[in-house]
Ligand binder design. Structure first.
Ligand SMILES: [Zn+2]
Length: 397
C-alpha cells in the first residue's frame, strides 16, 4: 500500500529533520522522524533487497553522524539525503519482508516538531509480493488517470548527433555516489562521495586549462544521481570519453594504489567482480526501484559499438597507467575489468578510476591532499592528450 500524506498549506522554506527513532521488536517496528514542520510525504516498500522508502520534499537533515547504523527490530539500517532537486528521501533497509501497517504525520505543537511515524510489521515473502504487485498496478492506474490528456508525440527514436563545431573533445567526469549515498567511508570519517567530487573538480580545471576539452560533470555538488542517469549524460553529450571516479574501501589496511577499470561481462578477477557488485549497489542505496529503472538494449549495432568503445577505453586506460606509474603508487594489477553498470554507454569509451583505498590511512592522506590531486589530475590531462593524439592519427585517412 502507498501512503500519501497531503497537507493543505505549507509554509515556505526547507523543513529540517532533527531526530529519528526506531522502537519495537522483530515483529513490529515503529520508525519516527522529527521534522521542523508539516510536509507532504509518501511511503512505500521495495523488494530485492527489502526496503522502505519515504519520499519527502527538500528536507535538511540535521542528524547526529552515524545514526541509522544500528539494527533495531525489523530495521537493519537507514540512510537519508537529497535524491534530486526538491526531493529528499529516507531509505530503511529491513531484515526481511515487511508491510507498512500505517503511517501518519503529527502536526507540530508549540515547542515540538512535527512527527512522521511509520509502523512496519513483519510479513511473509508471498504477502509482500502480493502487496507490492497491487501497489505497482495501482500506481500505473494513477498515472493513466493523470494522463487523460492526449499523449505527447513519442520521442524521436534516434538521437541526432551534432558535430562538435569547436573541435574540442567532450569529456564527461562522473564523481561517484552523492547525496543519500556516501559511498565508502574511512575510519576517520572521510566519505568517498566528497573525495571523488573534489578530485573531479581539480581534474576539470586541469582539462580546461589545456584549452582542448569541453568538460561536463554528472554532478558538481552533493547530490544523488542514478547509475542510468550518469550513463545518459555520457550518451546525450556524445562524449568522447567518460571517466567515473571512485575511491573504495576493502577489508584490511594493506591494499593501496590507483586502479583503472573497463567494462567486461566476465570480471578479470574476484576482487574486480566484488568491487563492481558494490558500486552497482548505488541505485539500491538511493532507494530506486530497479525493476522500473532497467532499460533493455538489444540492438546488435549497439553491441558492435560497445565492442569498439571498449577497445578505446582499454587503450586510454593503458595510456593513463603509463603516465601515472612514475608519479604514484598503483595496485599490483592496475588494469582490470568487470561489469560496472556505469560503464555501459555503448557508444562512449568509458573508464572507471579507483583513486585508491579509503581503508588505507596512507591512501586517505594522499586522496585528500590538494597537491596529490593536482599532480594526478595533470597526469590524466597529459594521458588524454596522448590518447586523443594517437586516436586521431589512427583514424585519419
Ligand atoms: Zn564508489
Amino acid at each position: 500500500m502507498i501512503f500519501i500524506g497531503l497537507q493543505p498549506s505549507l509554509a515556505a522554506g526547507d523543513a529540517v529533520a532533527t531526530g529519528t527513532r526506531v522502537g519495537g521488536d522483530e515483529n513490529r517496528t515503529r520508525f519516527v522522524a522529527d521534522i521542523s514542520k508539516t510536509v507532504n510525504y509518501s511511503v512505500y516498500v521495495l523488494p530485492d533487497p527489502y526496503r522502505v522508502v519515504i519520499d519527502l520534499p527538500n528536507v535538511t537533515f540535521d542528524l547526529p553522524p552515524g545514526i541509522g547504523q544500528k539494527v533495531r527490530g525489523l530495521v537493519s539500517q537507514y540512510r537519508y539525503g537529497q535524491v534530486e532537486e526538491g526531493k529528499s528521501r529516507i531509505v530503511i533497509d529491513t531484515q526481511g519482508p515487511v508491510l507498512i501497517e500505517k503511517s501518519f504525520l503529527v502536526d507540530p505543537q508549540p515547542g515540538q516538531p512535527a512527527r512522521l511515524v511509520v509502523d512496519l510489521v513483519k510479513t511473509t515473502e508471498k504477502a509482500f509480493v502480493k502487496s507490492y504487485n497491487s501497489e505497482q498496478a495501482k500506481l500505473q492506474q494513477d498515472i493513466a488517470a493523470l494522463s487523460a490528456e492526449p499523449l505527447a508525440p513519442p520521442a524521436a527514436e534516434k538521437k541526432i548527433i551534432l558535430p562538435n563545431k569547436r573541435g574540442k573533445k567532450i569529456i564527461v567526469l562522473d564523481p561517484g555516489h552523492g547525496g543519500i549515498d556516501p559511498g565508502a567511508i574511512s575510519r576517520a570519517g572521510t566519505k568517498e562521495k566528497d573525495v571523488v567530487l573534489s578530485f573531479a573538480s581539480v581534474l576539470r580545471k586541469a582539462l580546461l586549462a589545456t584549452g582542448k576539452y569541453e568538460v561536463v560533470m554528472t554532478r558538481s555538488d552533493d547530490r544523488f544521481i542514478s547509475l542510468r542517469n550518469r550513463v545518459t549524460v555520457a550518451r546525450d553529450k556524445n562524449a568522447d570519453l567518460f571517466l567515473a571516479i571512485h575511491a573504495d574501501t576493502v577489508r584490511g589496511k594493506d591494499a593501496r594504489g590507483v586502479t583503472l577499470y573497463t567494462l567486461s561481462e566476465k570480471a578479470s578477477d574476484a576482487e574486480a567482480e566484488a568491487l563492481a557488485k558494490r558500486e552497482n549497489r548505488a541505485d539500491i542505496i538511493g532507494g530506486l526501484d530497479l525493476e522500473a529503472e532497467t532499460e533493455e538494449i538489444t540492438d546488435i549495432l549497439i553491441d558492435l559499438a560497445q565492442r569498439e568503445s571498449k577497445n578505446h577505453a582499454m587503450f586510454f586506460s593503458k595510456k593513463a597507467v603509463s603516465h601515472l606509474k612514475p608519479l604514484t603508487l598503483m595496485t599490483g594489477k592496475p588494469l582490470r575489468s568487470a561489469g560496472f553498470m556505469v560503464l555501459k554507454a555503448p557508444d562512449v569509451p568509458s573508464v572507471l578510476l579507483e583513486l585508491g583505498f579509503l581503508s588505507s590511512e596512507s591512501d586517505e592522506k594522499l586522496l585528500t591532499s590538494a597537491a596529490w590531486q593536482t599532480k594526478i589530475a595533470k597526469a590524466f590531462a597529459t594521458a588524454m592528450d596522448a590518447y586523443f593524439a594517437t586516436e586521431l592519427a589512427s583514424t585519419a585517412n
